[in-house]
Design a binder for this molecule. Structure first.
Ligand code: NAD
Length: 505
């Protein structure tokens, strides 16, 4: 059974300099206190100890930030810079992220709980790569020349073309599971490459790494007002940003509940554009011809990576009946091998979940699984007195009506079901209101392509899981969201297309 390692006294490592002072808001190129003078605390989920005081932004600070972003877009240099000038600055941000990777990864690990090794190998280099990738996109704001034949104007000749333009001021609202990667990498890099200006409200649960990022963006030469970052609560800072008439688009990543509330606000307001990256309950399918030596650890990683706090976590395992027992036994061993501990310890595989609130949510799902009659194969308990550690948990003998099968848990909890035919696997995989990710484990090309085509999900992983490249689009079918992050789709989503007709005769 997994055990919590002894938790050493909190070690701030390379983040100690940044954490020695109150962390301020970043508005119009300056680090400032909140207008109200209020602050809030962020704590270490492994120990419960305080990490830092943060200025608590609210409506007044968001209004100031939007004014700065509006000014920088309408009059400032950013949207009027040449693409190559923007490209150089964005590339420099990517370089500075890499130069400061240890500190950023440490901040991420302290604030979110994830292992430093995960943040150092994934969150931080992927964020840098997104800046390098989107920097190149700054040079691709291309339109097209379009041959037209307007039959309503006989004899007329036109030169018609499209212009691709920045949208304006983008409001970003982001969650706590990949605090820097989602806020800076998935959302901000593409928006900036297209020439937009930004007001970001990061998650109040994990504001540290993005505020250190603000210092790096300033150092890279981002002009004042182009990036504004205001940590604060959803109700207050978040709602003000969503309601604001001078904001042209909201890029949101978070829960379905908040996504829906943003849509209501926008529908009653200025109808700004909206992109939503929401939740998931992603199926991971093991066929009877799968290489189980790869599939079993692969499925375990697909759910337990990042404490299961991944929007596309493979949280519903569907296993062919012929290999069901062998897979369940193997997965139990994999789960029980996982070492829980502080994210800053070298021997930790899985850290604490992010907060008391998240711990309570996950434990209430585990209890509901037990009450609804599912078989607890392993795990199921909170571990230790200190911090928010939950054992990697596997439930078998579940059915499609159980809450643990239908709803997103966003923690280290896997539910396992069996099937007998490909058709049944497809039907079960699609039996969800979500459509973010899916995994397929098979040695058969026919199975691969039939499943990849039939599953309604934005990303399908074949004989792998949790692969995230800057160039591939990421987003959801069904209730998992609207639009895509990453890749050229994300860049284009931060642009408007204008058609121009010039009459030639
Ligand atoms: P959340 O919806 O509670 O909060 C997300 C952000 O929205 C936070 O910054 C929060 O302060 C803000 N917010 C809350 N209420 C608001 C309101 N009424 N108006 C405006 N802003 C508001 O989500 P969370 O708990 O931070 O993150 C977990 C959720 O995010 C999970 O459902 C997970 O699946 C989802 N997620 C999705 C993706 C994806 O790419 N699809 C990635 C990461 C997380």
């Amino acid at each position: 059974m997994s055990e919590v390692l002894e938790l050493p006294k909190q070690d701030l490592g390379p983040a100690s300099g940044f954490l020695s002072k109150t962390v301020q808001l970043f508005i119009d190129g300056e680090f400032v206190d909140a207008a109200s003078g209020e602050i809030f605390e962020t704590t270490n989920p492994a120990t419960g100890e305080k990490l830092a005081d943060i200025a608590l932004g609210d409506a007044a600070d968001i209004n100031k930030a939007v004014d700065a972003a509006r000014q920088a877009f309408d009059k400032g240099p950013w949207s009027k810079m040449t693409p190559s000038e923007r490209q150089k600055i964005l590339y420099k941000i990517g370089d500075l992220i890499l130069e400061n990777a240890d500190e950023l990864a440490y901040l991420e690990s302290l604030d979110n709980g994830k292992p430093f090794s995960v943040a150092r190998a994934a969150d931080i280099p992927l964020t840098a790569d997104l800046f390098h990738y989107m920097a190149a996109h700054a040079r691709t704001m291309e339109g097209a020349i379009i041959p037209v034949s307007d039959i309503a104007v006989p004899g007329a000749e036109f030169h018609a073309y499209t212009l691709r333009e920045a949208i304006g001021v983008i409001g970003l609202i982001t969650p706590w599971n990949y605090p820097l990667l989602i806020a800076a990498g998935w959302q901000m890099a593409g928006a900036l490459a297209a020439g937009n200006t930004i007001v970001l409200k990061p998650s109040e649960v994990t504001p540290l790494s993005i505020m250190r990022f603000a210092e790096l963006a300033k150092e890279a030469g981002v002009p004042d007002g182009v990036i504004n970052i205001v940590p604060g609560n959803g109700l207050g800072a978040g709602t003000t940003l969503t309601e604001h008439d001078l904001v042209d688009k909201i890029g949101f990543t978070g829960s379905v509940r908040t996504g829906r509330s943003i849509l209501h606000t926008v529908a009653d307001g200025n109808l700004k554009k909206v992109t939503l990256e929401l939740g998931g309950k992603s199926p991971d399918i093991i066929m009877d011809d799968a290489d189980l030596e790869k599939a079993i650890p692969g499925v375990a990683m697909g759910i337990f990576f990042n404490q299961g706090e991944c929007c596309c976590a493979g949280s519903r395992l569907l296993v062919h009946k012929l290999v069901y027992n062998e897979v369940l036994e193997g997965l139990k061993k994999e789960a029980e091998k996982i070492k829980l501990g502080s994210g800053q310890s070298d021997t930790t595989d899985m850290g604490p979940v992010v907060s008391q609130k998240q711990e309570d949510t996950i434990m209430s799902y585990i209890n509901s699984g037990i009450e609804e009659g599912a078989t607890l194969v392993t795990g199921g308990k909170k571990v230790g007195e200190q911090g928010h550690f939950i054992e990697p948990t596997i439930f078998a003998d579940v059915n499609r009506d159980m809450k643990i099968v239908k709803e997103e848990i966003f923690g280290p909890v896997l539910v396992v079901q069996s099937f007998e035919t490909l058709e049944e696997a497809i039907e079960m995989a699609n039996d969800t209101e979500f459509g973010l990710g899916a995994g397929i484990w098979t040695e058969s090309l026919a199975n691969t392509h039939q499943l990849a085509k039939a599953i309604k999900a934005g990303t399908v992983f074949v004989n792998c899981y949790n692969v995230f490249d800057a160039a591939t689009p990421f987003g959801g079918y069904k209730m998992s969201g609207w639009g895509r992050n990453r890749g050229k789709e994300a860049f284009e989503a931060f642009t408007e297309t204008k058609a121009v007709y010039a009459k030639l005769n």
